[in-house]
Ligand binder design. Structure first.
Ligand code: PEP
Ligand code: MN
Length: 369
């Protein structure tokens, strides 16, 4: 059962305490409050966990400061969209909004390699007024003999360059809770010139101890990538692990699923699931066209497949795009073949914006206009 408090209460803590007091009447029921910050409103929910089936809603509805009480049968208690009218709140981080309305392109290197490449990438983004990027320092690779990422040693100069170029948010994969500590230490030492969105890669989608650890910290939001060989439901449950531990600031990323039926793409593109995730959860949805397509192919119309699938994701309601670029893909130490070259950056961003406008037009005015 979820007790939703009125938005923008002066002292939500008093109402939370009142809800908790009423909940004490019912044995086997515990409470957990969650605070959400939307674009124009903030609100708090108190989740009642345990044997709530026979708990009446009226004692809670009668409390001052309570907006409504929702009985939840759905399994995604925190990330779930419990009614079609519920607004997806999203969150703001480092001055950048992530929600189901705001388009953010996180273009950057799959793996950090040299300060020159990182600097070139960030300078190109800054020129276009983009404040979000991707930079992998810890790379989980299929072979132990492949480049594993520069790790903590590159963090100081990556963060410093980000600050110089006005980059506010870097999507950066972590494969162990230790990496979160290393990122925290390096950011603090650098004077926090930028922010980090912790990326959970597809290979760690069910690493429950990692999920719990990043859920227990509130400093960094999370970019969760769908598990490549598990069901969508299993991936959403994995996100619920993060959220139920206390961190609801999650973006859900589709990145293709493993199947030879996707050939000649690296993965079978699963962006048809964008509206499914939007319908079932309150999370903003990201698409990663690079790791799903994984190839530099260009179709006869002149657009790379990476553009085409990005368009498919955005036209279906995705608002975040995680995409690989590289100043010199041949020299990239990881995933060079799927990286777009820098001359494509401006066309790519414009393309994303145009498809988003088209989506907004269709939603506002109907598809048949
Ligand atoms: C990545 O984004 O660099 C990555 C490794 O992605 P995935 O976890 O989707 O394979
Ligand atoms: Mn990669």
């Amino acid at each position: 059962m979820i007790i939703v408090l009125e938005p923008d209460l002066d002292s939500p803590d008093a109402t939370v305490a009142a809800v908790e007091k009423v909940a004490e009447r019912y044995p086997g029921v515990s409470t957990k409050p969650y605070a959400f910050t939307g674009a124009s409103h903030s609100f708090t929910e108190v989740h009642l966990v345990g044997s709530t089936a026979t708990v009446p809603t009226t004692p809670f509805e009668d409390l001052g400061g309570v907006l409504r009480v929702v009985r939840v049968s759905a399994k995604y208690r925190v990330i779930g969209r419990h009614s079609p009218h519920e607004v997806a709140t999203g969150f703001e981080y480092e001055g950048v909004r992530f929600d189901d309305q705001t388009l953010n392109v996180m273009a950057g290197l799959c793996a950090v390699d040299t300060p020159e490449h990182v600097g070139q990438m960030m300078a190109a983004l800054a020129k276009l007024g983009i404040q979000t990027t991707r930079m992998g320092a810890y790379k989980p690779r299929t072979s132990p003999y492949d480049f594993q990422g520069l790790g903590a040693e590159c963090l100081p100069w990556v963060f410093e360059l980000a600050g110089e170029h006005g980059i506010r948010v870097i999507a950066m994969e972590v494969t162990d809770a230790r990496h979160v500590d290393e990122i925290t230490t390096a950011l603090d030492a650098a004077g926090s010139p930028t922010g980090v969105m912790l990326q959970v890669g597809t290979r760690n989608a069910q690493n429950f101890e990692l999920l719990k650890a990043i859920g227990q910290q509130g400093r960094f939001p999370v970019l969760f990538k769908r598990g490549m060989g598990i069901t969508l439901e299993e991936s959403l449950n994995a996100c619920e692990y993060v959220a139920s531990e206390g961190n609801p600031n999650i973006v859900f990323c589709l990145r293709g699923v493993k199947s030879h039926l996707g050939d000649p793409h690296r993965n079978l593109v699963d962006f048809a699931h964008v509206p499914v995730v939007l319908r079932q959860t309150r999370l903003a949805v990201c698409v990663d066209p690079s790791h799903s397509v994984g190839r530099p192919y260009v179709s006869p119309d002149g657009l790379p497949d990476v553009f085409h699938v990005t368009g498919q994701g955005i036209i279906a309601g995705a608002t975040v795009v995680l995409v690989d670029f590289h100043p010199n893909p041949e020299a990239a130490l990881c995933d060079g073949p799927q990286a777009l070259t820098m001359d494509r950056l401006e066309p790519f961003v414009t393309y994303c914006q145009r498809v988003r406008s088209c989506y907004e037009d269709v939603v506002a005015n109907g598809a048949s206009r």
